[in-house]
Design a protein around this ligand. Sequence first.
Ligand SMILES: [Zn+2]
Length: 96
Amino acid sequence: MKSTIEGFAAVTPGGVGCMQIRRCRSCNASVIWAKTRKEKWMVLDAAPNGRGKFIVSSTEPPECETFDEGNMLHANRYRFAAHWGSCPQAENWKRK
Ligand SMILES: [Zn+2]
């Protein structure tokens, strides 16, 4: 399960740009907190996921964008999946 650098998740396969890994408040899994353009916080699985719908920037805080197949700038980025798809406690924190 450890496809990330300890404590950090790489933004691109070359490791250019990293962001800090945090912990899910519910299940303690490694996650990335990233902000969307709408100023909302997204919680993403820290391990890159080839089918993930999001990419993140290496800014602080990281910014989250929807992966766009046709966008050349997105082509060499790791993709991440929303953590609520895999969090065993997702039911608890969706209700908030
Ligand atoms: Zn969780």
